[in-house]
Each structure stands twice: as structure tokens, then as C-alpha cells.
Design a protein around this ligand. Structure first.
Ligand SMILES: Cc1cc2nc3c(=O)[nH]c(=O)nc-3n(C[C@H](O)[C@H](O)[C@H](O)COP(=O)(O)O)c2cc1C
Length: 356
């Protein structure tokens, strides 16, 4: 199908997936309020457009860690992504490479990081869950550097695996090939600032800390030499009852004060959402369910198509705001309001509720 909207891609994703896999994709922890807050937060900003600016050319090109990005977007780590489309992380890698954005590869999906580096060479970040002791981690970081990864990412919001009731009530185990339970995450729970200091002192690879949820931790990351601060609540899949990530972003950006790039994800589903994140100071915006839905709708070609549609949305939004370059986006282009629609994981696609 020749997709023209992200709504169509989302609709097809749902048609393609079994209920178990669909719930794994859209679901979150406990009451799923963190998911709803992410969307509520994104919907709580409106634009203050400027008129009569020349926007005959608009660019959203930028760079992250020296890697040029056609759009200020990263495709976040998605565990078990192969359950959405059999090519798994390789399909995402090919689409990201062809389009020109960075993929962050999850350590709990296929293909593994070394195979993928050979199959689809190019800039990429590797995200690790600690499933072993320090020697195990050190070995993996060394191999990650050897395989040519751009940066190494530790996810810090997953001290243990959360309670995802959609999965639990159906006795469904996400299909990464390994059952992920509290015991498996024993090593994740041992991760501390010392782990960060250890990595920074021993290895020469940019370090991303994903899961930052307040200014205090962002400041500490920068003090420890972290190279990228990544604001995230895991798409509402870990701790329930968190703030919306877009609401955390301004205080983190202020704390980091331009010393390192800041990434954000959580509830960003469309071009206008991305522009809001950029206005509030993100260097790039992560879009996990966007990536997963496109994979479920048809793998690599649909991920590529989704990125093209997203780019069109971003550039259209910028032109209508009177901004011709992403570097000119700033918080003064936004104002906080009460959202017009109830927030939920797919509330970015209201036409689907009308049966389109
Ligand atoms: C199906 C699924 C699997 C995920 N697996 C991982 C993972 O393996 N590692 C990780 O750090 N985050 C993981 N996440 C979180 C994403 O990287 C990202 O933080 C989140 O999806 C952002 O929110 P969004 O889906 O609203 O864009 C996963 C998210 C989803 C939806």
C-alpha cells in the first residue's frame, strides 16, 4: 500500500498483529498512566507561529555525536522488535540508514549487535541491559567499540522489569527468545553512578544514559562525563505515575545548559510532536512506538515511508510556524494549554476513532 499518512500505517499495524503482540507494543506498566501523561504532555503545548518570515526553504537537518541526521529523530531501542516483523532490528537499520537517522539497537532483540554491524554497516548506538557482572559488561563494551558503534547506551530506568498487566493477565511472555523476569534483571538493579564512572574511565566511546527523569540526575550525568542525556520514562512501560517526558525536558535542558546533547522520548508520534520537543531544547526526539508501528505495518519499506511522512509533517509544521531552520526553534514558540482530546497511547491519530 502507498501510505500517505501515519494514521494509515498505525491502522495497518493493528490489523497485522495478534492481540498479544499488539498489547506488547502499545501497553505499559500498571495503570498505564505514564503513557497517557506522555501524550497529555505533548498535547498540552500549542504553537505561537510567526507570520511573514521567508520559509521558501525549510531544513530540519542536524547532527548528533558527529553523525548527520536528515531529521532530528532517533529510533529508540525496541526489545523483541522481530515479533513485529521478522527482519527485526535489521529492517529498522536499513530504513534508518537509507533515510538518514540514527538507530539505537536494543540488546534484547535480533539480530545481535555484531551480526547487525556486519549486515548493515554505518553509525548506530548500542543499548545494553546488564545481564551479567562488570567483566561481562566490559567485554560487551569492548566488542561494541570493536564492531564500530557510534556510542554506547545504558538504560537506567529498568532496575527491574515492570508489571505490564496486559501481558500478565493473558500469561503472555514477549517473544525475545528469553523470558524476562525480575531475576534476569538482577544485574540491572546493581547499576549505580559507579558503573557510569567505571565506563567513562575505562572506555573511549560516547556514553548515553537513557531514562533520566529529573534535572538533578541530568546534572550528575554531566558531572560524570556522560556524553548524551536521554530523558525517557521508557514509553510508560516501567515506572507508572511518572511525569510526562516533555514536561521533564525543560528542567533537564536548563540543568545540562548546552554542555551535552539532550534526547527525549515518550509520546512523540507525529511531526508536530517532534517540533515541540525541539522547541523545548531537545537535540533529537526518540519515537519508539512510531518505529514499532511502522515495523508492524510492513517492515523496512514502511519504516522508511513513515520517516518520509514524518519529515513532511515536520517541515510543514516549521513552515507554518514561520521557522526555516531547526536551529531557530525555541521555547518562545510554544504555550501551555489544556488539551482538546483525552490522552491515550494512540490519541495522536484521532481519525482512527472515527473509523477511517
Ligand atoms: C515494544 C517496546 C520495546 C522496548 N524495548 C526497549 C529496550 O529493549 N530497551 C530500552 O532501553 N527501551 C525499550 N523500549 C522503550 C523505547 O526505547 C522508548 O524509550 C519508548 O518507546 C519511547 O516512548 P514512545 O513509545 O511513546 O515513543 C521499548 C519500547 C517499546 C514500545
Amino acid at each position: 500500500m502507498d501510505y500517505l499518512t501515519l494514521s494509515e500505517i498505525t491502522k495497518r499495524a493493528k490489523q497485522n498483529l495478534s492481540k498479544n503482540v499488539w498489547d506488547y507494543l502499545v501497553g505499559g506498566a500498571d495503570t498505564e498512566s505514564s503513557i497517557k501523561r506522555n501524550r497529555y504532555g505533548v498535547d498540552s503545548w500549542v504553537f505561537l507561529p510567526r507570520i511573514l518570515n521567508d520559509v521558501s526553504t525549510v531544513t530540519a537537518r542536524t547532527e548528533l555525536l558527529g553523525v548527520p541526521l536528515r531529521l532530528p529523530v532517533v529510533l529508540p531501542p525496541i526489545g523483541s522488535i522481530q515479533v513485529f516483523e521478522s527482519g527485526g532490528a535489521a529492517s529498522v537499520a536499513k530504513a534508518a540508514k537509507e533515510f538518514g537517522v540514527l538507530q539505537i539497537l536494543s540488546s534484547v532483540c535480533t539480530p545481535d549487535f555484531e551480526t547487525l554491524a556486519k549486515e548493515v554497516p554505518g553509525p548506530r548506538i548500542y543499548q545494553l541491559y546488564l545481564l551479567g557482572d562488570q567483566a561481562w559488561m566490559d567485554d560487551l563494551i569492548a566488542r561494541c567499540i570493536e564492531a564500530g558503534y557510534t556510542a554506547f547506551c545504558l538504560t537506567a530506568d529498568t532496575q527491574t522489569y515492570s508489571r505490564r498487566e496486559r501481558d500478565i493477565m493473558k500469561r503472555y511472555v514477549p517473544g525475545s527468545g528469553r523470558q524476562v523476569g525480575v531475576a534476569d534483571f538482577g544485574y540491572q538493579a546493581t547499576m549505580t553512578w559507579k558503573t557510569v564512572e567505571h565506563i567513562k574511565s575505562k572506555f573511549d566511546i560516547p556514553l548515553v544514559i537513557k531514562g533520566v527523569a529529573l534535572a538533578e540526575d541530568a546534572e550528575r550525568c554531566v558531572e560524570c562525563g556522560v556524553d548524551v542525556v536521554y530523558v525517557s520514562n521508557h514509553g510508560g512501560r516501567q515506572l507508572d505515575h511518572t511525569r510526562a517526558c516533555i514536561d521533564v525536558l525543560p528542567e533537564v535542558v536548563a540543568a545540562v545548559d548546552g554542555r551535552v546533547p539532550v534526547l527525549v522520548d515518550g509520546g512523540f508520534m507525529r511531526g508536530a510532536d517532534v517540533v515541540k520537543g525541539l522547541c523545548l531544547g531537545a537535540t533529537a526526539v526518540g519515537m519508539g512506538r512510531f518505529e514499532s508501528l511502522a515495523m508492524a505495518a510492513g517492515g523496512e519499506p514502511v519504516v522508511l515511508r513513515a520517516l518520509e511522512i514524518l519529515e513532511h509533517e515536520v517541515l510543514t509544521t516549521m513552515a507554518l510556524m514561520g521557522v526555516s531552520d531547526v536551529k531557530d526553534l525555541h521555547p518562545g514558540l510554544l504555550e501551555k494549554v489544556t488539551p482538546v482530546t483525552p490522552a491515550h497511547v494512540l490519541s495522536a491519530f484521532p481519525l482512527l476513532e472515527e473509523g477511517y
